[in-house]
Ligand binder design. Structure first.
Ligand code: ZN
Length: 245
């Protein structure tokens, strides 16, 4: 009985201590250095909310709900209003399982941006204007490379389709963010390996059909699982550009 009363007190004391001091590894002697700062994200993941209003999404992103707790760093309304829900240096819960390149814990490495959109309507000009201003701010302030902007579907192609075929990736690229092929690039050479090219871009290709659908949705605006000559040309152009850097 006494133990059961003391345990919550002990936990409360521990939590208070944790809130006041950094957690130290008991295996090591603590010799603190002042030469550090918060870890920074290296990737930005764009989503749509698949909900009907900002008010509904602000609730979902801040509470437990039937699908489990979720959050994102930012939410942009259809009218362009910008909300921040989680600090840039904290780990929000927006990406879930998946992979992009060598990043296997995307939540730990990324900033998540939710766009108020039900998945069936075009994104408003005001919303994309705000997104572009936010991307410029994040890439400048946090040092995130401007090419490192992906969709949720890119890192979780077997589970997710957002931000969907209506998202204006070309407009983002024209404003300096993400990736887009050179329109003047020629056809892929004989023997070109499209799955290898997708892996070079960052796609996990364990399930080639899912990766192909995610790639097609981003660069062609549909979700076909079959690659045509135009896809090969795009993949070749994208990976050639990459090799040239
Ligand atoms: Zn998403």
């Amino acid at each position: 009985m006494a133990r059961s009363l003391l345990l919550p007190l002990a936990i409360a004391t521990l939590l208070t201590a944790c809130a006041q001091a950094p957690v130290r590894n008991p295996l090591a002697q603590w010799v603190p250095s002042p030469n550090h700062n918060a870890r920074r994200a290296t990737l930005i993941v764009v989503h749509y909310t698949e909900q009907e209003s900002v008010a509904q999404s602000l609730l979902t992103l801040r509470t437990a709900n039937s699908g489990g707790r979720v959050s994102s760093h930012y939410l942009i309304g259809d009218d362009g209003a910008l909300y921040q829900l989680v600090a840039d240096e904290a780990r929000a819960w927006h990406a879930g399982s998946g992979r992009w390149g060598t990043i296997s814990d995307v939540n730990s490495a990324s900033i998540g941006i939710e766009l108020d959109n039900n998945g069936r309507e075009p994104f408003s000009a005001a919303q994309i204007d705000t997104l572009l201003r936010l991307l410029d701010d994040l890439c400048t302030r946090l040092g995130i490379p401007r090419t490192h902007v992906i969709g949720h579907s890119d890192m979780a192609p077997t589970r997710k389709i957002d931000p969907g075929p209506l998202f204006p990736w070309k407009q983002l690229f024209d404003a300096g963010f993400g990736t887009w092929p050179d329109d003047k690039a020629g056809p892929a050479p004989p023997g070109f390996d499209p799955l290898q090219a997708m892996r070079e871009l960052g796609y996990a290709t364990d399930e080639p059909a899912a990766a192909t659908r995610a790639f097609r949705m981003r660069y062609r605006g549909d979700a076909s699982a079959a690659l045509d000559d135009q896809d090969l040309r795009i993949l070749h152009a994208l990976t050639q550009g990459r090799a040239a850097h």
